[in-house]
Design a protein around this ligand. Structure first.
Ligand code: SF4
Length: 322
């Protein structure tokens, strides 16, 4: 092969890949997965998990391969089947049904979701009408509404606040789904404050630390990149919010389950591509996306310094020593 004359070809600059920090698994997800794994070790397969333990197919499939069975209804669980409630929490009637059948239950509800349940119960005990800010149909919302033994009013938009059939001077309180964006709830809380004269809410927002940190990180990332890829499931609330925030910051943002969904034209002209992952997406899927990008051309990977997370949640006592 003939040598190229000097300067006849410009070397392609590597595409910068910048990883958000923190990204991916939160303490609630780590705990939920560990509960299923330890239950399998202690009791043997199968164990039964009501609903996806966390919203991620890769995680669910890996646990299925180890002997977990995922069900939507307790009626699918045989007598004495070890039963695990997912990280999103469950309604009281589900707990009652499990108790009436004496199913051995391990509860993987995230402690931060339980905190919202307890907060809501306290408000109702104080004689307040409870309003939940959240997304209809999300299992966490169904669980929270089903934990409160009084009517709970779900609001998803500021307009729905206006339409609430509650007198303006009635004592009311609100709680929120843990995985919304702070900005989403800000407008709705302001609308509640305008609408009701006697309104209380939690001192610190219910948006959980992990959601908050991942949202802050994606905002930082958006200042540095031309495109953002959010690794997460389509039904993962916090992953969807990350993608929305990227778009709101003016950066084209795409939610992808894994590297297989990456479309080369999204990144063709990008000098820097940002990657983050929802709280239920494992790091191996982020690595897969980086591999796919590496096949498109030279890449240079770096990670933002971000915020270090040290939070860990305790396992249920019966599994702590497994
Ligand atoms: S996202 Fe937050 S509330 Fe949900 S499981 Fe993780 S730590 Fe818990």
């Amino acid at each position: 092969m003939q040598d190229m004359p000097h300067g006849s070809m410009t070397k392609r600059q590597p595409m910068k890949i910048i990883l958000a920090q923190p990204r991916g698994f939160c303490a609630g997800v780590v705990r939920a997965i560990e509960i299923v794994e330890r239950a399998l070790q202690k009791y043997g397969a199968p164990v039964y998990v009501r609903h996806e333990i966390v919203h991620n197919k890769y995680v669910v499939d890996s646990l299925k391969a180890k002997g977990a069975r995922f069900v939507e209804s307790l009626s699918e669980i045989p007598e004495n089947g070890v039963t695990i409630f997912s990280a999103h929490g469950v309604a009281r009637r589900v707990e009652d049904e499990a108790a009436s059948r004496a199913l051995p239950v391990l509860n993987a509800t995230c402690p931060l979701v339980t905190k919202v349940h307890n907060q809501g119960k306290r408000y109702v005990a104080q004689g307040r009408t409870l309003i939940l800010i959240g997304h209809a149909g999300h299992p966490e919302v169904e669980g929270t509404m089903g934990q409160i033994s009084a009517p709970v009013f779900l609001v998803q938009t500021e307009q729905e606040v206006e339409n609430l059939n509650i007198p303006a001077d009635s004592p009311v309180a609100y709680v929120t789904q843990t995985t919304l964006s702070v900005d989403d709830t800000k407008g709705i809380i302001a609308a509640l404050q305008r609408r009701f004269s006697d309104l209380v809410g939690p001192e610190t927002r219910d948006i959980c630390y992990a959601t908050q940190n991942r949202q802050t990180a994606v905002r930082e990332l958006s200042e540095l990149v031309d495109v953002i890829l959010v690794v997460g499931a389509k039904n993962s609330s916090n992953s969807n919010r990350l993608c929305e925030i990227g778009s709101e910051m003016g950066v084209p943002s795409y939610l992808i389950t894994d590297g297989g969904e990456l479309q080369p034209e999204w990144v063709r002209d990008a000098r820097a591509v940002g990657i983050t992952a929802g709280a239920s997406a494992p790091e191996v899927l982020v690595e897969g996306v980086i591999k796919v990008l590496g096949r498109l051309g030279p890449i240079e990977v770096s990670t933002l310094s971000g915020r270090e997370e040290t939070i860990e949640f305790r396992l249920p006592a019966e599994l702590a020593a497994v």
